[in-house]
Design a protein around this ligand. Sequence first.
Ligand code: ADP
Ligand code: MG
Length: 308
Amino acid sequence: MRVLFFTGKGGVGKSTLAASFAWHLAKNNRVKLVSLDPAHNLGDIFQTIVERNGTWVSERLLVEEVDMKEKTRAYLNKEISLMEETYSYLKVFDLDRYFSLLHYSPGIEEYALLLALEETICRSGTFNYVIFDTPPTGLTLRFLALPRITLAWIERLIMIRRRILEKRVTIAVLTDGKKKADEMSDRVMNRLVELKKQYDNLVQVLESNICGAVLVFNPDLLSVREAERLLDGLKVVGLKVLFCIQNKVREGDQDVAIKAEKEIKERMGSQVPFFWVKWKEGIRRNASGVPFPIGEELMTAVMSLGRE
Ligand SMILES: Nc1ncnc2c1ncn2[C@@H]1O[C@H](COP(=O)(O)OP(=O)(O)O)[C@@H](O)[C@H]1O
Ligand SMILES: [Mg+2]
C-alpha cells in the first residue's frame, strides 16, 4: 500500500488533482481517495453524493469524506470512557465538567484528524493506494506533527508514573512490609505503554516509504510562499515529498512559472520530480469518464507509481 497526501494552499487544485490521480491510478489499482478537509468537495468533483461509508465512483475507486464532527465526538467519547475507567478514584473531582470542556480544547480537531488517518490506514489493507486530500496547510502540519509531540509527552509521563509507582512500593514496604504495586498491574502505566506503542507505529508509518506528500502550488507569489513554508514543515514532521506539481499554468504565465519552479526547487532539492499542469477551461468529468487536467508526462509518472 502507498499513502499520498495532496498538500498546498487552498484553491491551488489539491482536490482536483488528487481526484485525477486517484481516477487514473484506479485503472490498474484499488484506490481509496479520502477527503480530510472539513470543506469537502470530492462529491462535487465526481458529481455524486458521497455516502457515509464511502461511494465507489468506478470499479476500483472508493471515495470517502471524513465527517470531522463525528470523528471528534468519537475520539472524545473513547478517551472519556477510558479516563473514567482508569481514574474512577477521581470521581470526587468535577470530571463531567472537565469532559464537557474538552470539546472546546485546542488540539481536539487535530487528534480527531489523526484518528481518521490511523483508522483509514488500518482499514485499507486491500487497497494499493490511499490518497488523502488534506485540510488547510496549518492544520495539516499540526496534525502530522502530533504523533511525535504526543510521543514526547507520553515518554515523559511514563517516567513520572514510574517514579510514583516506585514511591508507592517504598511506602508499601514500609507500612505493610511487603511489595504491593508493580508497574504492569498499574492501569495508568498500561494505558501509557499502549499509547506509546500506538504513536510509535504511527510515526514509523508516516516516516516510512509507504507515505509521501504531493506538493501542489500555482504560479503566484502567495501560493509559492505557502509551498515553501509547507516544505519546511514537512521536513520537520518527517514526511517526504514524492513529487511537486505547479498547477494552473496559463499560456502567458511561462516566465512566472519558470521563476516559481526555480524557487521551489531551491528549497525542495532538484531531485524531486516536478511537473506542470496547464490551466484548463471548464474541467470536469465527462460522460465517457476521463475528466481532469492531467497531461501525458504526468500520466506516465502516475502510471509508473502504479508499477512500483
Ligand atoms: N489545471 C486547472 N485549470 C483550471 N482550473 C483548475 C485547474 N486545477 C484546478 N482548477 C480549479 O480551481 C478551483 C480550486 O480547485 P480545488 O481542487 O478545489 O483546490 P483545493 O482543493 O486546493 O482548494 C476549482 O474550481 C478547480 O476546478
Ligand atoms: Mg480542496
